[in-house]
Ligand binder design. Structure first.
Ligand SMILES: [Zn+2]
Length: 410
């Protein structure tokens, strides 16, 4: 990591002393004194989502509440949400990071940004909003949903940049394809995140919307989007290392794994004032690579997230990520990214795996069924029952798609 290692170390030591001084949760856990090298980071304790829940609502704040000018929270539907706070300086910093996200696609003044991420507690909406405003773009804060109106505004207002979840990008692409006459669109680039998505899905989004699709990364615990973004190579996301330190650890043991090997992404926010976090276990599986990128960026790359530990399903002892199934399906011509995975337990306590997937119109469902079953067996080593459906049958999502239905726990 050639990127200003000395600067990172200095920021890390400042962070440690702030955490010790101001956050009781960290006070007892951190050793006294500073670190002499970034390698010593691995000796510090990890922070988990459970720690956020235990200290809910304000236990992780490092500033008095009056200094907090904004609160966001995770979109989780059960239990206590994860709370993250921002000082005025944090909002500036966030906007700066989001500006950098847009710059990856040469977005600037003159661009019309249609922001179809949900506005509200979720970080996506307001995060993409402040970045685009700061850059001087024209922002259309549509939020998610009301698809027909999104398409109309996209055409009428000359949207050049689209931001939303990849699932919703597909819904928009479908709506455009369903118009009697394709509306005249000026879409150029799109930034899609908040859920894992495959390169197969990228191809469908790019084709359907006529834009270059960038994967972005961030999470509520680290302040939302603006942690990493792809470059034009689309071969991994560059992590903004001047703001976030990245490591990967073994998801079972928490022990660091070397660069180039798969592991769970762990992030430290170096500069956040209100809600700084040390070594947060993201539960996202990725590979960090130091290999130089042809784009010339000095920042380390995280390869496209292939799954979140939470999303991983264990079927007959095999670990399966929905995105693996997605890649297999989308490599088959005629199948679409509208799919669901249904796991159930049969009478003999054997897990059954069913994949329900929509096909394009006028396709041979029997042949697609056979092909998909065969590829899944070859790639994952599991027998799956494939159910190919006509277009438009499965539910559509305005935010994150629900990919797995696990009936075993019911
Ligand atoms: Zn690059």
């Amino acid at each position: 990591m050639a990127v200003a290692e000395a600067q990172s170390l200095e920021r890390l030591n400042q962070l440690l002393s702030r955490l010790r001084e101001r956050v009781p949760f960290y006070r007892d856990r951190l050793p006294t004194g500073g670190l002499e090298s970034l390698h010593q980071l691995a000796e510090l304790p990890l922070t988990t989502k459970e720690d956020f829940r235990q200290t809910y609502p304000y236990g992780m704040l490092a500033v008095p509440l009056p200094e907090v000018v904004r609160i966001h929270a995770s979109s989780g539907t059960t239990g206590r949400p994860v709370i993250t706070g921002y000082t005025r300086a944090d909002l500036d910093l966030w906007a700066e990071c989001m500006e950098r996200v847009y710059r990856a696609g040469e977005v600037g003044p003159g661009d019309v940004v249609q922001n179809a991420y949900g506005y509200g507690l979720f970080t996506g909406g307001l995060g993409f909003h402040i970045g685009a405003e700061r850059l001087g773009c024209t922002v259309i804060p549509t939020s998610s949903g009301v698809t027909q109106r999104q398409v109309m505004l996209m055409a009428d207002l000359g949207t050049t940049v689209l931001t939303c979840t990849p699932s919703y990008a597909l819904v928009l692409a479908e709506a455009i394809a369903a118009e009697a006459q394709r509306p005249p669109l000026k879409l150029r680039v799109g930034f899609f995140g908040a859920e894992p998505w495959s390169d197969g899905m990228r191809r469908q989004i790019q084709y359907g919307l006529g834009l270059e699709a960038f994967d972005i990364y961030g999470l509520t615990e680290l302040g939302g989007p603006g942690v990493a973004v792809e470059c034009h190579e689309h071969n991994g996301l560059h992590i903004f290392e001047d703001h976030f330190l990245a490591e990967t650890v073994d998801p079972e043991t928490g022990v660091p794994v070397p660069r180039g090997e798969p592991g769970e992404l762990v992030l430290t926010s170096l500069r956040r004032e209100a809600s700084p976090v040390l070594r947060y276990r993201t539960r996202d599986r990725t590979i960090l690579t130091d290999e130089p990128c042809p784009c010339g960026s000095p920042f380390v790359r995280m390869l496209k997230v292939h799954g979140r530990t939470d999303d991983m399903i264990v079927v007959r002892g095999e670990n399966v990520f929905p995105s693996q199934i997605e890649s297999i399906l989308l490599a088959i011509e005629g199948l679409t990214a509208n799919y669901q995975i249904v796991v159930d337990r049969e009478a003999k306590q054997l897990d059954s795996l069913e994949v329900v997937v929509e096909a394009a119109p006028h396709t041979d469902h029997d042949r697609l069924q056979e092909l998909a079953a065969e590829r899944i067996r070859e790639t994952i080593g599991l027998r799956a029952e494939i159910n190919v459906l006509p277009p438009g049958v499965l539910p559509r999502s305005e935010g994150k798609a629900k990919r797995v239905i696990d009936r075993r726990s019911v």
